[in-house]
Design a protein around this ligand. Structure first.
Ligand code: DX5
Ligand code: ZN
Length: 222
């Protein structure tokens, strides 16, 4: 069972509520919410007020991806505005365990994300404590970038290690995923695929999502 997590960053904000509902109706179980602070990454995206305002429009799992420095300062606020899971960057914190504990204190799922240059082995010490690892397949900061092929090896290495040692930990992959490469991403070992441009741009959301669902079903059967 694979999960699609549409990334809000690529949505049309003039009709945001409608677009979110459409992704839900088409079978996207997660909604991926990219929070950027202009410090950890160059861009600034959005924060708690937006998340609270869309919470009522969706029953999806709110998968909050924090691309911010010092994430521990904001866990409470993100919990209160409706996050179901919080993923922070390994590169952004010194005390990784403290952030994980804080996320769990609010009964949310905890995830650790790593940039393309960080070896996957860097998350191994925390696998017994987290629910998810997010492997970035682009440099974090912007939607619409090209998938970095090096990610395949990283995903499969982590898949193998997780399967042997921590089979409950989910693997999410984020950046440059579309109908052309989603099968390879899954075969490499992803459980959850984030997609922004490939869901919200070009054709209709339902048509775009149907390509992902088709790929998910196909890979399920194998
Ligand atoms: C990038 C974000 C991604 C991004 C994905 O920093 O973490 O979630 O929105 O967008 P696409 O699918 O367009 O690469
Ligand atoms: Zn993201």
């Amino acid at each position: 069972m694979y999960i699609l997590a549409p990334s809000l960053l690529a949505a049309d904000f003039t009709i945001l509520g409608e677009q979110i509902k459409e992704t839900q109706e088409c079978g996207a179980e997660y909604l991926h919410i990219d929070v950027m602070d202009g410090v950890f990454v160059p861009s600034i995206s959005f924060g708690m007020p937006l998340i609270s305002s869309i919470r009522g429009a969706s029953r999806q799992f709110f998968d909050v991806h924090l691309m911010i420095v010092d994430p521990i300062r904001y866990i409470k606020e993100f919990a209160e505005c409706g996050a179901d899971g919080i993923t922070f960057h390994l590169e952004a914190v010194e005390n990784v365990n403290a952030v994980i504990d804080k996320i769990h204190e609010y009964h949310l799922k905890a995830g650790i994300s790593i940039k393309p240059g960080t070896p996957v082995e860097a998350v191994y010490p925390y696998l017994s404590k987290v629910e998810m690892i997010l492997i970035m397949s682009v440099e974090p900061g912007f939607g619409g970038q090209v998938f970095m092929e090096e990610a395949y090896g990283r995903i499969s290495r982590l898949r193998e290690y997780v399967d042997t040692n921590y089979p409950d930990v989910k693997i999410e992959v984020d950046g440059g995923i579309g109908k052309k490469n989603v099968r390879e991403v899954i075969r490499a070992g992803a459980d959850i695929c984030v997609a922004g441009s490939a869901v919200f741009k070009k054709r209709s959301i339902s048509e775009n999502i149907s390509h992902f669902m088709e790929a998910f079903h196909e890979c399920d059967r194998k």
